[in-house]
Design a protein around this ligand. Structure first.
Ligand code: PLP
Length: 470
């Protein structure tokens, strides 16, 4: 593709995306293909000769689009929001256009310095303690996902607890980690990959709001110490995926400080809300945390992958993650004056991801980002009030932000059937969880284009489905 052809097809693709943004509401939200349908439309082998771009785009329309679930639809209420936005798409495009490999400062200084700088901005925007900034002892890095951020935290915690011995000699038995029974599955995965093992992960019981009980945590740590084990990591969740439960980080932090255990805080979904002063309470207790993360790729209009990961003492992280082969040695790295982000993550290679985040923050401005959060939270509160007013339904967990957990009083089967009917009809999409062992419906409000009329229609659709079953 020469630059003239690139220009022409580039305009076509941008037009295609702009049309998609305008019409996304017209598609059934959940893709209706069956397993294997998409592959059945594709030729068995790669083409020997290049094909015209028009034909490729035509296949996007005909083969790919039916197999897409429309996360950008204003009627997407499933899992958690996964926003993209104009500035984010353009930042991503520019990153691909430059095609740099930002593994070290020297391999593209702007890739490193913009990331450090924008993550310092972000720390300020959501009110993180000073220690998480690069200007202090810590700093931020963009990880692909919260899962990889939590893994890196687990490895750093393990090395802190074992004085660097696990990296050298391998992981020995007797290391333990702690999280709540409501924590995200990525925490258990991180604990497994870090070699601590699922059997040594204590899933601490939760209270009636589904938040970790600090007294139970303290007891578990004491019991393990008495038994001669080494507590390595506590992971607190600020805004669980299931129900937005908030673990009491100040109390948990004091326990971690007392026992010298690494505290990692997972605020993947909820962290964005801390843009608003009225939701800063989410970050109470972070002065005790060793690492923290949230996902701009959920609620902050920056397309996946963009998870903002912060560490309070960057030397502990790089000590755990750095392996330097001869062919990557260079003067800048050895001067100690630069950050080499390869030492902050699992992978060596890295994309220029900060461009899209920078574009988003500058294009919207912090004020508009705050207003988007407030709009979603207000709609969730209103929806919860409608649920409460309906004698057939109940709210199943406190509605702290933009997620409403609720259920029909008719029991699990009725709720399953409501969800199936609503999702099959295609006008909206929602998912479920289990709370107190009961099937619970979740309405997660967080796509930028979702307005009150969409939420109103969602409630109408749910009630109609319930009426049709009863
Ligand atoms: C979504 C979520 C995750 C996982 O995020 P990824 O970026 O997909 O790994 C982890 N923790 C919480 C609390 C989440 O809401």
């Amino acid at each position: 593709m020469n630059s003239e052809e690139f220009r022409q097809h580039g305009y076509q693709v941008i037009d295609w995306i702009a049309d998609y943004m305008e019409n996304v509401e017209e598609y059934p939200v959940l893709s209706r293909v069956k397993p294997g349908d998409v592959r059945a439309g594709l030729p068995a082998a790669a083409p020997e000769e290049g094909e015209p771009f028009e034909r490729i785009l035509k296949d996007v329309d005909e083969i790919i689009m039916p197999g897409v679930t429309h996360w950008q639809s204003p009627n997407f209420f499933g899992y958690f929001p996964g926003n993209t936005s104009g500035p984010s798409i353009l930042g991503e495009l520019l990153s691909a256009g430059l095609g740099v490999q930002g593994m070290m400062w020297v391999t593209s200084p702007a890739c490193t310095e913009l990331e450090t700088h924008v993550l310092d901005w972000l720390a300020e925007m959501v009110g993180l303690p000073e220690k998480f900034k690069s200007t202090a002892t810590g700093g931020g890095v963009i990880q692909a996902t919260a899962s990889s951020g939590s893994l890196v935290a687990a490895v750093a915690a393990r090395e802190q607890a074992t004085g660097g011995r696990s990296n050298e000699a391998g992981v020995s038995d007797g290391l333990t980690a702690y999280t709540s029974a409501e924590a995200h599955s990525s925490i258990e995965k991180a604990v497994r990959i870090a070699g601590i093992g699922s059997a040594n992960l204590r899933k601490i019981e939760t209270d009636e709001t589904f938040a970790m009980r600090p007294a139970a945590l303290a007891q578990a740590i004491r019991d393990d110490k008495v038994a001669g084990r080494t507590p390595v990591l506590v992971c607190a969740t600020v805004g669980t995926t299931s129900s937005t439960a908030i673990d009491p980080v100040p109390e948990i932090g004091r326990i971690c400080a007392e026992h010298g255990v690494w505290l990692h805080v997972d605020a993947a979904m909820a962290g964005t809300a801390a843009l608003c002063p009225e939701f800063r309470f989410l970050h109470e207790g972070l002065e005790f945390a060793d690492s923290y993360l949230f996902n701009p790729h959920k609620w902050m209009l920056t397309n996946v992958d963009c998870s903002a990961f912060y560490v309070a003492d960057r030397r502990k992280l790089t000590a755990a993650m750095s392996v330097v082969p001869e062919y990557l040695r260079n003067v800048a790295s050895e001067s100690g004056e630069v950050i080499d982000y390869r030492d902050w993550q699992v992978e060596l290679g890295r994309r220029f991801r900060s461009l899209k985040l920078w574009f988003v923050i500058r294009s919207y401005g912090v004020k508009a980002l705050r207003e988007i959060v407030r709009g979603h939270v207000a709609m969730a509160q209103e929806f919860a009030a409608w649920v409460e007013d309906d004698p057939d339904f109940e709210v199943a967990a406190p509605v702290l932000l933009s997620l409403v957990c609720f259920r029909h009083r008719g029991g699990d089967e009725v709720n399953q059937e409501i969800m199936d009917r609503v999702n099959e009809a295609g006008r909206m999409f929602m998912t479920h969880t289990k709370l107190d062992g009961k099937l619970t419906l979740r309405l997660s409000i967080g796509q930028e284009t979702t307005g009150r009329k969409h939420v109103e229609r969602a409630w109408e659709t749910i009630r109609k489905a319930a009426g049709a079953i009863a």
